[in-house]
Write a protein that binds this ligand. Structure first.
Ligand code: G3D
Ligand code: MG
Length: 178
């Protein structure tokens, strides 16, 4: 039995659902009243490690607020991160385009080696309104960077746990867990 503690950072433009995804994962709730961004603090959650049970992973997930505060907090935000989640909003394509910048910050401040996953959030709206989006581009972005793309909904909870489990597996692999 081992306990792995991993700092994870969640990145993406405003209103893509970062805080909501965190809240869904940690509390299994979605609330329209939950508007606060956690800022320099973090939320923790312990999960059974994938792929093998017996080991546990403790996520310490750091959320970030607006741009200005982000720039100010940047060094401590990235420091010691072992994994990252890049989020865009499936209903607002510019938030996908903005990911290149978040990605380059990730590589510059957290290092070339830390694993990340790509989340397209708000799939419930796409489904409900029969919308489409440029899925090929999202998949290509993930493929080029050798990672995993998943559509989630913080509102319904769809794929949220999956996304975090996938990241846990990548972080464990990255620290040499077999
Ligand atoms: P942020 O932390 O990235 O800035 P928030 O984003 O988590 O604050 O979410 C921004 C808005 O999107 C919120 O709406 C939130 O309820 C909504 N949202 C987040 N995730 C989802 C989702 O998966 N589906 C739907 N339908 N909405 C989502 P409000 O109106 O409260 O500002
Ligand atoms: Mg937020």
């Amino acid at each position: 039995m081992s306990l792995y503690v991993f700092k994870v950072i969640i990145l993406g433009s405003g209103a893509v659902g970062k805080t909501s995804l965190l809240y869904r994962f940690v509390e299994n709730k979605f609330s329209f009243k939950y508007k606060m961004t956690i800022g320099a603090d973090f939320l923790s959650k312990i999960i059974e490690a994938y792929p093998r049970p017996g080991n546990t992973v403790k996520f310490q997930i750091w959320d970030i607020g607006g741009q200005e505060r982000y720039k100010f907090l940047r060094p401590s935000f990235f420091d010691g991160a072992k994994g990252a989640i890049l989020v865009f909003d499936l209903t607002r394509w510019h938030t996908f385009e903005e990911l290149e910048e978040w990605y380059s910050d990730l590589r510059e401040y957290a290092g070339e080696n830390i694993p990340f996953i790509l989340i397209g959030n708000k799939i419930d709206i796409i489904q409900e309104e029969n919308k489409t989006y440029n899925k090929e581009s999202a998949e290509l972005f993930a493929k080029k960077k050798k990672t995993y793309f998943v559509e989630t909904s913080a509102k319904t909870g769809e794929n949220v746990e999956d996304a975090f489990l996938n990241l846990a597996a990548r972080m464990l692999k990255n620290v040499g867990y077999k």
